[in-house]
Design a protein around this ligand. Structure first.
Ligand SMILES: Nc1ncnc2c1ncn2[C@@H]1O[C@H](COP(=O)(O)OP(=O)(O)O)[C@@H](O)[C@H]1O
Ligand SMILES: [Mg+2]
Length: 275
């Protein structure tokens, strides 16, 4: 069996009920093969962030199990698994007052000692790698010493991507990484994420609000609604009818045709905020 078909992320009957009774995930069964670029779509509150956080142990499921590269996530395996998973965030999560270089070097932190992290001491190899990734994401050496908070949103997300890949992740989880960016920059950032992941064989799970971008970039689309997976297929199988179902529920067919015909992407594209 080829490497492509080996499973990297496996969720078995994963459920998450918050203490207030909200069922954020309902019996999610999902296998994501190594190297896949998988997009999570669904209305706000559907459970996309909870699902991503369950994949790196930030959310503990109340039911079922999560495995990464064949290792089941539990208290004992958690630290080891986390070292193989990078996160990319909507609001970049950079240290705004630190330099770009320091932010990227921070990507290696899971693998350096606390003392070294506190003293900011990194090996020449790590520094070289940071420079490599910064160049790779299209930032010039001039950017290295600039405060991360002074960069544009698109540039900050480039730093976020460089930081994520510093740890040689097997898995990259991106929670609406382009929701704060305009459409042209969103496309650039997703291309960069996809191409870098492809080069390194990393598996990506990325939530998005923009349906057009999901179709363009996803090898596979997972549709979430009310905590359940309601669509799982190739991007080309995600038809307009599926789109309606995802955002409006199974009863959309009962609406009169004219109304059902209106829903579409224009409306959905604005969901993502400033895009
Ligand atoms: N810490 C929490 N405590 C209680 N409910 C939560 C918590 N986090 C998320 N939820 C609820 O879980 C559901 C799924 O949320 P979330 O995963 O953030 O959805 P999405 O990312 O698709 O917008 C929502 O109903 C949300 O209000
Ligand atoms: Mg979310």
């Amino acid at each position: 069996m080829s490497k492509q078909t080996e499973t990297m992320i496996s969720l078995s009957q994963v459920g998450k009920r918050w203490p207030d009774g909200t069922e954020a995930l309902k019996q999610v069964d999902l296998k994501i093969p190594k190297g896949e670029f998988c997009i999570l779509l669904g209305p706000s509150g559907a459970g996309k962030s909870t699902l991503l956080r369950a994949m790196n142990g930030l959310v503990q499921p109340t039911q079922g199990s999560v495995s990464i590269d064949g290792i089941e996530m539990n208290a004992k395996s958690l630290t080891k698994i986390r070292h193989r998973i990078a996160m990319i965030h909507q609001h970049f999560n950079l240290s705004n007052r630190a330099s770009v270089a320091t932010n990227v070097l921070a990507g290696t932190l899971p693998s350096v000692s606390l003392l070294r992290a506190l003293t900011g001491w990194f090996t020449p190899q790590q520094r070289e790698k940071a420079c490599h990734y910064l160049a790779h994401v299209g930032l010039s050496p001039d950017h290295l010493r600039r405060r991360a908070g002074d960069l544009s949103g698109g540039q900050q997300q480039r730093v976020g991507i460089a930081r994520a890949f510093m740890m040689d992740p097997a898995v990259v989880l991106a929670d609406e990484p382009v929701a704060s960016l305009d459409p042209k920059i969103s496309r650039d950032i997703l291309s960069l994420l996809r191409d870098t992941a492809r080069e390194l064989g990393a598996t990506v799970v990325c939530s998005l609000h923009q349906v057009d971008l999901a179709r363009e970039f996803g090898d596979r689309i997972i549709g979430m609604r009310d905590g359940a997976m309601v669509f799982d297929g190739r991007a080309e199988e995600f038809t307009d009818a599926r789109l309606h179902q995802l955002y409006h529920g199974a009863d959309w067919e009962d609406e009169d045709e004219e109304e059902a015909g209106e829903v579409p992407e224009l409306e959905l594209q604005t969901v993502g905020g400033m895009a």
